[in-house]
Design a protein around this ligand. Structure first.
Ligand code: GDP
Ligand code: ZN
Length: 297
């Protein structure tokens, strides 16, 4: 039988669940040691004679990756081929918009669209001023409550047809929202990964949860605990889209928008076209990367 393309929909260490474009699903192993498929990957696979398992023989080029440094300082990819990064903030724990901004930076660096969800509005109304700022720079925003299910349909619509990841501080309600978004078929995938887990030691596993309205959410402990990091001031500039755009009009091409003269970003903050809090976030992000670079050398 010839090679077939499939999507990785669950991973358990070196064992994977694949979904073909036909909708059929199989279990698979990976050929050799070099290939490192993750959830969301498109792969080529072939059947193994006299076995139920298939063999992944290639990982196709990724559109993007969500990655973090692992314990050994190597780059570990958590998910691939994502369409939308959803950042969740909530009434509780008290929103830290600097952290939200840094998650949004991760989306910009991945080249992925992003949205901001304010959850737990049953406890406290959403911070409309903060959400307005995100809306004004082009991010979808919505208010939700996993408790009352307010906004869950809107979130479901936002994710429709897309592969999304949901990030945010611990306790904001990511798991609760994912549970509400998914249906029984999602439970089935979770059961499969549970089956793979038995008798094995590693905690690494991830699933792509299909949504009833089409689309998927990639979920894993790594994605849920993902902490955004910026490695350089240049990354901070890319990460704040309105600063990146305005920065094209600065006098100096390498303007950092801090103390330089004729800086379009600082002018924008003064005339109100760039939000002052976002600019403060940007400066904090730059300062963080500079401290990081000093520590490194
Ligand atoms: P995660 O760490 O982001 O995955 O957050 P969880 O989904 O585990 O939720 C953390 C806690 O907040 C749990 O006790 C949830 O029951 C609670 N929670 C989640 N969403 C809401 C909500 O919309 N309203 C209220 N009142 N509690 C919520
Ligand atoms: Zn500038």
């Amino acid at each position: 039988m010839p090679l077939q393309d499939a999507t990785v929909i669950a991973t358990y260490s070196r064992r994977m669940r694949l979904r073909f474009d036909s909708g059929d699903e199989v279990d698979a192993r990976i050929k050799g040691k070099k290939l490192k498929p993750v959830c969301g990957d498109r792969v080529a696979a072939e059947p193994i004679p006299d076995e139920d398992d298939w063999l992944i023989t290639a990982v196709h080029e990724r559109r993007n990756e969500l990655a973090r440094p692992n314990m050994k300082g190597q780059r570990e990819v958590l998910a691939a081929n994502v369409d939308l990064l959803v950042v969740v903030a909530a009434a509780l724990p008290k929103p830290d918009w600097f952290i939200v901004d840094r998650y949004l930076c991760s989306a910009e660096l991945m080249g992925v669209d992003a949205a901001v969800v304010f959850n737990k509005i049953d406890i406290e109304p959403p911070d409309e001023d903060a959400l307005d700022v995100y809306r004004s720079v082009g991010y979808e925003t919505l208010a939700a409550s996993a408790e009352t299910e307010h906004g869950v349909d809107a979130l479901s619509e936002l994710l429709s047809g897309k592969t999304a990841i949901i990030v945010g501080q611990s306790g904001v309600g990511k798991s609760s929202l994912i549970n509400l978004l998914s249906d029984e078929s999602a439970q089935r995938v979770a059961d499969i990964s549970q089956k793979h887990r038995e008798g094995r030691h590693t905690t690494v596993n991830s699933v792509m949860i299909p949504l009833p309205g089409g689309g998927n959410v990639i979920d894993s402990p790594g994605v849920r605990d993902f902490a955004p990091a910026l490695r350089s001031p240049e990354e901070a500039i890319i990460g704040f889209r309105e600063i990146h755009t305005a920065g094209e009009h600065c006098r100096f091409a390498n303007c950092r928008h801090l103390r330089e003269p004729d800086c379009a970003v600082k002018n924008g903050v003064e005339d109100g076209s760039i939000d002052a809090r976002r600019y403060e976030s940007y400066k904090r992000a730059v300062a963080l990367t500079e401290r990081l670079q000093k520590d490194r050398y």
